[in-house]
Design a protein around this ligand. Sequence first.
Ligand code: GLY
Length: 423
Amino acid sequence: MKLNNLIIAASAAILMTGCQTEEYGWIKTGIDRAQHQLMLTASEIDGTGMMPRSIWSGYDLDMLSYQLGKDKAVFKDSLRTHPTADKLGKRRLCGIYDWTSGFFPGSLWYIYEFTGNEAVKAEAAKYTNMLNPIREYTGTHDLGFMMNCSYGNALRLAPNDTIPAVLIQTADNLCSRFNDEIGCIRSWDFGRWNFPVIIDNMMNLDLLFNAERLSGKPCYRNVAMRHADTTMPNHFRENMTCWHVISYNNDGSVECKETFQGKNHDSAWSRGQAWAVYGYTAIYRETKEPRYLEFAQKIADMIMEKVTTEDAIPYWDYDAPADTDTPRDASAAAVTACGMLELSTMTEDGAKYFDYAEKILKNLSTDAYLAAPGENEGFVLKHSTGSLAHGSEIDVPLNYADYYYLEGLQRYMKIKGIEYRNL
Ligand code: GLY
């Protein structure tokens, strides 16, 4: 390159970097705060053998009654035990068999991916390795959440010879929950249902495609596609909102269509809609089957129409009272942003999905949702809701809100060609 051209190229690079700094300062703020919070948490919980999950929150029966649109007598038996006063407002830890155990290590992996910080990598590896016993576990469908978010990210960012066997064994255990007659993976082993399948289960399919890549065996893909194909006609209403729980009879017919965490059986539980758009976008990525893409677009369009909050961070249920006091669910927003960002790269009219996801991420990166350093018991985002219907985790941080927020930033930066070091 001639000297003049070199100077022009260098000036352009400086200018671009300058622009990135200004325009994308919100990304740097989000990542820097997340790094601070997660490393603080890692040191504070060191030696407990536990993962950070949330903050203990209480509930008010009148508020629940208003949100659920039900008389207290109807739901009060389903409420979880109120946390004792000494726990309220404190960090809630969970064991490795909790469905959310993979999100803390996964979040650390994303921070390492952004920053290249070796200290973060060491913590990510440490907390990932704590999950090794899960490779033997068959008691839930959540194995994908637990192991793909932890070991799956480890495989991407710090591969070694032992990770593939862990992921393949876990995928085999997930497949052991598949019922060929019904065409689905069983979600839960608790409750009164014959064969419950929840929409969240779409999120566990990515693990199966990882296992296919690692093993070369097509059986994982077959299970994933059968599950997605059975879910399409049964889980979704005509308006493209979805039920939370579908239970099947042994012959594959539907036993019942219900909610567990939503407002009522006919409502659209916010995180369920988010799992759906993410899940069908992901399976299109892996299969390139147009039916999944079309489906994901319809779900995304429904979300953009139904979410009425100005900042696009939904209430905990789309059918909850549209009220300033109604708890939001930042986790649903973050998952939605991830799904929409990926979808935006797959369709001709992708800009509308990209813009929507950008709006969510920018809003989550403001002080309204992003915790100040040292606050929020070391979590990154505020204002999520775990299960209002059970009086549990209302308007609190959740480890999966943090994970999908960081994944959303990663997807956004990849699409835009943004590097953390240039911010
Ligand atoms: N997978 C459980 C939840 O989304 O709350």
